[in-house]
Design a protein around this ligand. Sequence first.
Ligand code: F6R
Length: 607
Amino acid sequence: MCGIIAYIGNEPALPRLMEGLRRMEYRGYDSAGVALLDSPSLWVRKDVGRVEALASRVKDGPTAVVGIAHTRWATHGGITERNAHPHTDQGTRIAVVHNGIVENMSSLKRMLAAEGVQFRSETDTEVIPHLIRRHYKGDPVQAVIDTVGMLRGTYGIAVLFADHPDVLVAARNGSPLVVGLGDGETIVASDPQAIIAHTRRVIYLQDREVVTITRDGANVCKLDGSEVGRQPELIDQDYELAELQGFPHFMLKEIHEQSESIERAIRGRLQLDEGNAKLGGLEMSPRDLRHIARIVNIGCGTSYHAGLVASMAIEDLARVPARSEIASEFRHRNPIIPPDALFFAISQSGETLDTLGAVQEVMIKGGHVMGVINVVGSTIARACGKGVYVYSGPEIAVASTKAFTSQVTALLVFTLMLARTRNLSLEEGQRVARALSAVPGRVREYLEAPGPIQKAAEIIAKARYVQFLGRGYSYPVALEGALKLKEIAYIPSEGYPAGEMKHGPIAMLEKGTPVVLVAPRGSQRDKAISNLKEVQARGAFTILVHSAGDDELADMADVSIAVPETEEFVSPLLTVLPLQLIAYEVAKLLDRDIDKPRNLAKSVTVE
Ligand code: F6R
């Protein structure tokens, strides 16, 4: 959840480190810090708040060519300058930046305190530089190896030694680290975004590996000191450096990218004539698919919502039992893992610790798990080995938008494949494939003329509470709409199945309470409209998302937003768009920090 970067080269390190921090700020943004090797000593500066606050404080910093930096999402200890990274040993000869959690920090702290160490922060991280100091006998790599051998929990660390101006050492276990090999410079970062402006030649570090970096390259070894000899790989040219490109926020840019990102999730996968699809990454023949008796979709937050949509479609079209699970619940309740089930781990980042934990639990019990992942080469993608990349491109706004629609799309492509191995006919398969291939065009059409979003946003921005309702495929959309509004506008909101509303949540309604009802044409439309009437009878201010051309509904609510008509099973890919836009516009009206909402971080690598 934090971003770390380390640089060694021939150029001044500080501008490179600050640029890297800006690109990774979405990983954590409550404080930031930097340490440079200003020979013969270390120069360390930290600040609470955003990377920009640190930037103005360090603008006259030394022109050193080696350094490390960090952007933090607090776990242990409040948001203070003292708790910001880098942390150092007592003599300020060793500096460390860390992403992860040291679970045995209490016992390590007790041991170090008994040896006379005085701690200056409340963090778990501070034990690391003190331990490295304790083990350091002139060999920086051995000192790091000995130290990480004592840590329980997760870490991605980068270590700077005042006594070794020509090397940096980094190590990982459970928190991502990628090494970029440039021309006369080497960079280590939590995220390729901090690297690709300089080089696309990279080495992905694996768990329990340590890397020694110099300006001429990197040397990876295991914790027993044996060399790994990993060859560098090239990051695909399709993987772009995320820039705003004229949009005021990444969230708005990413909402508007959805016709292309959905297109990428289906490109080369749909077979229109055969009414079928192919997902090469699954490495499954029709016969293998035929043996799947059930599907379990696992994820957190928005990715869990994508799993809910997919589960409905799988039961609907393929008639295979399917359900969705929240990863943090699933992994800790000793789940039953049937050998004939296929589990999907759905994750944009591919780093979410709870989802990774769920994957490990499925694997330990001998189950069959595959990834539905956006970030290529991420931890969950590697842990699963097989699966589907959704190719939505880098998602920088903390609130997920395009990843959701890409995840749903990729899983619908899978649904078609699965359904064709059961009782879906050629004609029906062609209809499903056509419906999917039409989605990017429909999304573009909607985003060009999104309807009265502003009117809805102005009402919601003044509300104390908002209810989102939907039935069937629109129920996960209601959950997603409420989550978006909470996340970026901080307005209490909840999503409910519309039919369940009268079993409790209707008590929340008073005159003028905004209720957003998602009711596209389809099997549940009429029942959803009955629910509209019920909330209107209680004085709610109603905002209705319906299918274009459904004229009967156009005047039924206070605000009506029409989305292009589609087959029911793809409707979430359209109906979610106005809800994303409403959340964005409300957050803008309330002057919220849209791309970096409070308390959140993009990649949740803690439990
Ligand atoms: C919501 C959001 C989160 C993530 C969740 C899972 O806008 O971004 O709810 O969906 O933290 O993250 P991934 O998909 O990276 O596993």
